[in-house]
Design a protein. Structure first.
Lengths: 233, 233
DNA sequence: TTAATTTAAAATGTCGACATTATTGCATTG
DNA sequence: CAATGCAATAATGTCGACATTTTAAATTAA
């Protein structure tokens, strides 16, 4: 029996690594607003660590472009903008299409099984009445990740994950807007089925086009809303 | 008149940011070998700063996957492996093809001019007798960057740069092996001309295929060499 | 000699302290 | 009243110190 360890088990890690996860979550979920100044006293209080681990954590989020720094003026949450949203979503769509194209070429039976399993998990959730957006998003992402895994390239998957996280702040807005709207979820379900069909048929070109449209729809929806202004730029 | 500032001007930056550049250089050029332990006393001595800025710098290189960390055992240079080299180069080829495909769709006259300018700068260097590999690589990269710029996507270009840096350690091996071999440089020159022709003709598909082959050739060459073993894994 | 154990040395990760720099609030002036 | 200048308040970035842990060396035992 292989001993696995939960993804959020941070026992052997140092303080910085522990705080990276929490801080990232707080930024992605919007607890810290875009553009907001991240003052050390507040962070020390919230995460119960000194400045050294905090600065290490912030240095990591700096490279992931979730925070920005200005000398002698500390750290801020990376601001949001329509332009950035467009660019991130467009890039994500291309990267995801790339993953899928390679996956169709390289994917094996185990890959296909993983997709069907994840699809089932998603489908079950669709029946629920109390749609917790976070849990829905978890399963939704698990489904797409199962597909992308088929590309079998750690480097590419790393790029993919990074873009997914960058997009999270915008996606959370979209989720708030649409969690009541069950049409959206039904349409999603349909698109997923089309995607699965194309994948199992080995039609890479079709799958690539489907995923592009699928990934861009939240972006298109957000273009029209005024939700972005709320998040000070 | 706009006041520009040289890329390596680090006056307003904090110590960590200054040391990031130097440390990265030292890792990419192989001054610190893959897998080598990065001990604080040595780093303090070399970069003339305390542990705090050092740990911040290392935290950034951690996300860029140039170093790895183990709790209570400090930082190490990220090890190299044939597998990683293959994956990085393959991913880079796909990303570069993606950039170029978009660039052909979106590029304007200024873009084309930039390519020709960079090509000229490269060509001039080809005539020189004393081929400094570093300078050659600078111009080579400037040429490819000029092309990729046409995609007009900061996010995608960021991904591209990150992969370029990850590949640097392997590329430096290749450069050492081939700096005497002028056949290689001539072949390169030819491939560049083909690429330019395809780009100016607007043939995206052709350009994408050319760039894939172009980027993969160092990887293929390195597959055969024994150079990797020198770098302890 | 090899293996195990103890001891000593060195390195890591974190905090508090301090100098420097930014920001805020208040008074002064035009 | 607006704008400017000044003081006091707060925050940043860096270092040295310290407890903890790892690594290396020395010693002992088999």
């Amino acid at each position: 029996m292989i001993k696995t360890r939960p993804v959020n088990d941070t026992r052997g890690d140092n303080s910085a690594l522990k705080v990276v996860g929490d801080l990232k979550q707080d930024i992605l979920t919007g607890y810290f607003k875009p553009g907001e100044k991240l003052k050390m006293p507040r962070l020390k209080e919230r995460y119960q660590v000194g400045v050294s681990p905090l600065r290490e954590a912030l240095s990591q989020l700096l490279i992931e472009q979730l925070v920005v720094v200005e000398n002698q003026r500390g750290f801020k949450v990376h601001p949001v903008s329509r332009e950035e949203m467009r660019d991130i979503y467009a890039t994500r769509a291309e990267i995801e299409a790339l993953c899928i194209g390679l996956a169709v070429e390289r994917g094996d039976d185990e890959w296909e099984a993983g997709i069907l399993a994840a699809a089932h998990t998603m489908h079950k959730f669709g029946d629920m009445v109390d749609k917790d957006p976070q849990e829905w998003e978890r399963r939704h992402q698990a489904f797409h990740t199962a597909i992308a895994q088929g590309c079998n390239s750690p480097t590419l998957l790393q790029v993919r994950r990074s873009l997914y996280e960058k997009a999270s702040r915008y996606r959370n807005l979209w989720l708030k807007k649409n969690m009541a709207n069950s049409n959206v979820f039904d349409a999603n379900q349909k698109e997923h089925q089309q995607l699965i069909d194309a994948l199992l048929a080995g039609d890479g070109e079709q799958a690539r086009e489907l995923i592009r449209q699928h990934l861009l729809s939240p972006s298109r929806a957000l273009e029209k809303t005024s939700g972005l202004e709320e998040l000070a730029d």
